[in-house]
Design a protein around this ligand. Structure first.
Ligand code: UGA
Length: 445
């Protein structure tokens, strides 16, 4: 099948690669010429396991074509996905300018019927808005007889396991009342829907809300556990034991109940804010969402408060080793990463950072260039190098490479023998056995 995808961010690029892998002829359109040139040369702007070989192989076989030419993209396929970004605006609302611009571009160039599918995470009613705008343009162009078959098809992939998530989705939501669109999407997704039915159909608005509800519920689960961890800290209980105890109930489940430094990334924070904003617009008080948002901001300070408690006001001139910069493992993404927040608080207190991350160092260099220049931040060649001369170790991302460290080396190298574990990856009992003090999130230590 011929498919065009507008937007070569995480969602668009992964979707394109996976659709090319299942035999489709995919054209990716992006307004960013630099990015398109890089992609055409097989240079992937993001770190995502498994993505590079797929993009390179299918670019070579011309199953995947990158272009800035919107007219060519519109001409190429009947089925067109909109997968551009919807960043948070100043007031927390989702910025829909890119989505609407793509809708206008399709309507401006189309000369035959099109199936337009919104994959970007968009507030309820956006698909209706895109449709209305497209119809207006078609009327202006005197092409009123052309059909636009509209659908919402949100994406549920996770960064770091995006290819796998797309190849083996838990569910495929098709939100449309339009038969043409539904049938075409069913055909496109048939290779991913083989063993049991994963397609769930509904109306467009419910589909748009499903995406927000999923992310907001997951963020709520995490935040609830962070709150219980705060209670555990004060009562001498252990959040990891509590996690295992409650996760065993299938109604609760083991997923997304790990206490930590607060959720980050490009999706949960943005989507919570957007749904709060939509609720306010409709005079509805989304109290739980507001609590999750403010509780998560507070959670990002918790480890810093623990560091302050240990060192008192004597943080000035101290050096902290930070292991992990990405907002989670298997990605180089540092958007709303707890590591950035804790480093900023430490810098404000006059401390210095020696950091190591297996893949996010270039991104950290880009984001915190001024601290590199002032030598408040040093990017170390290895996790061991980061310890050299440091007072304490802070764990910010639970990369596999950090799970079984050489505790003797840590003890021998750190000036104050203490680990602040923002991801609860170590067993406090084991760490203490090595003569190292351990501070986690809600851990009994
Ligand atoms: C999230 C959703 O999980 C995806 O289903 C969704 O498609 C995606 O947003 C999106 O809307 O595009 P992602 O942002 O890649 O995916 O990352 P997650 O794995 O969900 O992690 C989000 C944050 O929660 C991370 O900072 C992570 O460390 C934190 N987290 C996660 C916890 O603190 N505890 C947990 O138990 C789980």
């Amino acid at each position: 099948m011929r498919v065009t995808i507008f937007g070569t961010g995480y969602v668009g690029l992964v979707h394109a690669a996976v659709l090319a892998e299942t035999g489709n002829e995919v054209v990716c359109v992006d307004t960013n010429e630099h990015k398109i040139n890089r992609l055409t040369n097989g240079d992937i702007p993001i770190y995502e396991p498994g993505l590079q070989p797929l993009v390179q192989a299918h670019s070579l076989s011309r199953k995947l074509i990158f272009t800035t030419d919107a007219a060519y993209g519109v001409e190429h396929a009947e089925l067109i996905f909109i997968a551009v970004g919807t960043p948070s605006g100043e007031d927390g609302s989702a910025d829909l300018s890119h989505v609407m611009a793509v809708g206008r571009s399709i309507a401006t160039h189309m000369t035959s019927d099109k199936i337009v599918v919104v994959k970007s995470t968009v507030p309820v009613g956006t698909c209706d808005g895109v449709y209305a705008t497209m119809r207006e343009i078609l009327v202006q162009r005197g092409l009123d007889e052309l059909d636009v078959h509209m659908a919402s098809n949100p994406e549920f992939l996770k960064e770091g396991s995006a290819i796998l998530d797309s190849m083996k989705p838990d569910r495929i939501i098709i939100g449309t009342d339009n038969r043409e669109a539904e049938n075409k999407l069913r055909e496109l997704y048939a290779p991913f829907n083989r063993n049991h039915e994963k397609i769930i159909t509904m109306d467009m608005r419910s589909s748009e809300l499903t995406k927000y509800a999923a992310n907001c519920l997951l963020a709520t689960k995490i935040t609830f556990m962070n709150e219980v961890a705060g209670i555990a800290d004060r009562l001498g209980a252990d959040i990891e034991s509590v996690r295992r105890g409650i996760g065993s109930d299938p109604r609760i489940g083991y997923h997304f109940i790990y206490a930590g430094m607060g959720y980050g990334g490009s999706c949960f924070p943005k989507d919570i804010r957007a749904l709060i904003h939509t609720s306010i617009e409709h005079s509805y008080h989304a109290g739980i969402l507001e609590a999750v948002e403010s509780r998560n901001s507070a959670q990002k300070r918790v480890l810093f408060e623990k560091i302050k408690k240990h060192f008192g006001d004597r943080l000035h001139g101290r050096i902290f080793a930070v292991w992990g910069l990405a907002f989670k493992p298997n990605t180089d993404d540092m958007r709303e990463a707890p590591a950035s927040e804790i480093m900023t608080m430490l810098w404000q207190a006059g401390a210095k950072i020696q950091a190591f991350d297996p893949v996010a160092m270039p991104e950290c260099k880009r984001l915190h260039a001024e601290h590199l220049a002032s030598r408040d931040l040093l990017l170390s060649d290895s996790k061991e190098d980061a310890l050299d001369g440091s007072d304490a170790l802070i764990i910010c991302t639970e990369w596999k490479a950090f799970l079984s460290p050489d505790f003797d080396l840590i003890k021998g190298t750190l000036k104050e023998k203490i680990i602040f574990d923002g991801r609860n990856i170590y067993d406090p009992v084991v760490v203490k056995r090595y003569g190292i003090e351990y501070v986690g999130i809600g851990r009994r230590s």
